[in-house]
Structures are given as C-alpha cells and as structure tokens.
Design a protein around this ligand. Structure first.
Ligand SMILES: *Cc1c(COP(=O)(O)O)cnc(C)c1O
Length: 397
C-alpha cells in the first residue's frame, strides 16, 4: 500500500473515532504519550528472556523499561510479582493454564452466555481441547452467580483451577467467596479482570488480591486505558511466579514487544495519578446514569442492572429486534455498541439477542451523567421507533 494511502486511512480513522459515541465497553482512547511509546524505536529490539537474562546483547534500556513496568504493575495491584510480556489477554490466560496445570486438568469457569469469555474454555477455542473446562452460571431470578450450585460443582469435581472473571457480566463478583471456595476445593484461584482492571486500579471495585486470590490476569487496553496487550499478576507466591514466567517465555511466546511494554509503563504512570481515580469514579457514575434512564423507561436490563462499566440489554425482549439489528440501527445514528449473547441465548452468536453498552471510552472523552442520560434516551428512542415501524409493516422476528 502506498504511504499516502496509509496516512489517509489513519486520518479517516481518527475522524471516525472522534465523531462516534463509542459505547463498546472493551474499547478506550489512549493518551498521546502511550501512542508515542508504541511508535518508538523500542519496536526495533529483540529481547527474548527477562531483565538480567536475555539472549541478545544491547538490553540495558530494555531491562530498565521492563523492570519499571513490572514495579508499577505491582504497585498498582498490590502484589509481589508481575509478568508484563503477554501479547494479549488471551495469551495471558493461556500462559496461566499451561504454566500451572497439566493437559487434561479441570478448570471451573463462567459460561460464555452468562458473561464469561471465549478464552475461558469455549468449545470453539483450541484451549478447550487441551484442558477440561466445566462451567458455572448465573441465577435467572437474581442475576447473581448461583453460588450454591457453583460450590457443589467445585467440591464434587475438584477442579485444579477456579477462574472468576467476565466480559459481559454487569454485577460485581464476591471475590472472597470465590477465593475461599478455591482453597476449600484445593484449586488455584485466578481472577481475569480484563474488563474491570481500570476500576480496580482506580479503587472503585475491590482488588481480588485483597480477598486472597492467587493470580490475576488482565488486558491493559480496556478500562485500564493502555496499549493493546496482556499481563499476569501473582500475589506473593514465588514458585507460581517462576512457573508463569517460564510459561510465557519460552513456553508460549517468542520475543516480547518492547514498545508495548514501554507503553504499559506510560499507562501505569497515568493510572497512578489522582486524575485516574476520578476517571474510574466517573465511569461508574456514568453507567449508573444510563441505568437510571433505562429503568425509568421500563427497559429491562439483563442481570437486573449494573455495578460496573457496562449494561446488557435483551433487545428481542425489550424492543422486538435482534442484537445485530439494534447494533446496526444505532451505528447509523453515530452510536457504537456491540451485539452480545445473553444467558441461555437461543439465537446464534453472530446474531444474538442482546447488546452490550459501556461507558469507559465516552468517559475518557469527557462525558458526564447528563450526557449519558441523553445518550440512553436516544438509544431508547431509536430502538422503539424501529419496533413501531416493524409492527406497522408486520415484520416478524
Ligand atoms: C478481552 C478479554 C480477554 C482477551 O483479551 P484479548 O487481548 O482480546 O486477547 C480475556 N478475558 C476477558 C475476561 C476479556 O474481557
């Protein structure tokens, strides 16, 4: 592709990102400083290994950068060890499974349609063929995790790992219960906080380490607002940390992306500033503002509402249209959301029953409660008018 074509694409994307109201809960806008680190000469360097023990020469600056990123990560999440090399959230999870378990071992995780993530053992993934995943679900009436059932499964099946974490669950998890149950069942406890890392770092959601979790995995590009990538944190167990380091490299990955690790350090410095705490608080206030509007307008929310940065809505039930259709209608009006499965969805993942709405990106853009209320009202108006139009032309879903 010619260079002018590339710069024109970048300009167009910049413009698109500025123009839309981005309510995709897993996306955000990084700072110019993060972009600068990502685009720096750190991308030129091969640094297989870890600080102090690399394979190639010329690593002084790389070691300083990785050590800085590690120490900032430990400071933010109050733990002893961190591996900042995972190239993505998926790789962070895979490295934990392979590092701490043997093929065939059982992992108890959250079912995808109830909020869990693909990388938690969904049958479409390679990883589901290597480890034996069993699943827990939410209770239809309360929207909370059915902990009685989860406990029974854990004590009967004796999984080697209990995984707590989600990508479309909107309530808070009782970390203490999870960690306690894992101890009782003799399992390693892992919290995947990919979606909520920024809320934990900002002090508005509880840190799973405070509740006794052994390991945390996370992405760095969602609410944490850093470069695209992953990270593994270990509370205090040196043996676990060593196993995980070996698992990331050489077990799973080759050379780490040092520009990305540098950009993680920039992000973590930002996270440690007082303004980030304010940002995290505003995210919650903004989701609550949207929740209020949906409630006032009798739009039923999956799991009964929200305790975090996102809201899940069954569009078939509330508006008589599929998630795919709702996503399309909103996109035409400059609002980006994503279609999403709902618990026990009867429709296909490519055209599921719901949409997922989140506030991290618009909060970065400066949205306050009033802006979010207005946006929620607009969403309702757009979706209701389609329902009415469908009614008058008698289109059946
Ligand atoms: C986003 C996410 C991941 C995967 O992250 P990628 O960087 O896309 O691989 C893993 N787990 C959870 C809970 C997530 O939300």
């Amino acid at each position: 592709m010619k260079k002018d074509k590339v710069s024109s694409l970048i300009k167009k994307e910049e413009k698109r990102q500025k123009k839309v109201i981005n309510l995709i809960p897993s996306e955000n806008y990084v700072s110019p400083a993060v972009l600068k680190a990502l685009g720096s000469v750190f991308t030129n360097k091969y640094s297989e290994g870890y600080p102090g023990s690399r394979y190639y020469s010329g690593q002084g600056n790389m070691d300083d950068a990785e050590n800085l990123t590690i120490s900032l990560a430990c400071k933010i999440f109050k733990c002893k060890y961190a591996n900042v090399q995972p190239l993505s959230g998926a790789m962070a999870n895979w490295a934990v499974y392979f590092g701490l378990l043997k093929p065939g071992d059982k992992i108890l995780a959250m079912d995808l349609s109830h909020g869990g993530h693909l990388t938690h053992g969904h049958s479409a993934t390679h990883i589901s063929k290597i480890f034996k995943f069993i699943f827990y679900i939410t209770d239809e009436k309360t929207g909370k995790i059915d902990f009685k059932k989860l406990e029974k499964t854990a004590l009967k099946e004796k999984p080697k790992m209990i995984l707590a974490g989600f990508s479309s669950y909107t309530r808070s998890l009782d970390w203490k219960k999870f960690a306690g149950l894992a101890r009782e069942a003799g399992a390693i406890s892992v919290a995947d906080i990919s979606h909520i890392a920024g809320l934990v770092a900002g002090g508005v959601l509880e840190n799973p380490f405070n509740a006794g979790f052994d390991v945390i995995t996370t992405t760095t590009h969602k609410t944490l607002r850093g470069p695209r990538g992953g990270m593994i944190l270990i509370r205090d167990n040196k043996l676990l940390a060593e196993k995980i380091n070996k698992s990331v490299f050489p077990g799973l990955q080759g050379g780490p992306h040092m520009n990305n690790i540098l950009a993680k350090a920039v992000c973590f410095e930002e996270v440690l500033s007082p303004s980030f705490k304010k940002y995290a608080r505003q995210i919650l206030k903004n989701t609550k503002a949207m929740e209020k509007v949906f409630r006032q307008n009798n739009v039923e929310m999956v799991f009964g509402g929200t305790d975090n940065h996102m809201i899940l809505i069954d569009t078939t039930k509330n508006f008589g249209i599929s998630g795919e259709e709702a996503q399309g209608i909103l996109e035409k009006s400059g609002i980006n959301v994503n279609k999403n499965v709902i618990p026990n969805d009867t429709r296909k993942p490519a055209d599921p029953s719901g949409i997922r709405i989140g506030t991290p990106a618009v909060t970065t853009r400066g949205f306050k409660e009033k802006d979010c209320e207005r946006t929620a009202r607009k969403i309702i108006t757009l979706l209701v008018s389609r329902r009415e139009a469908n009614k008058s032309t008698k289109i059946e879903l």
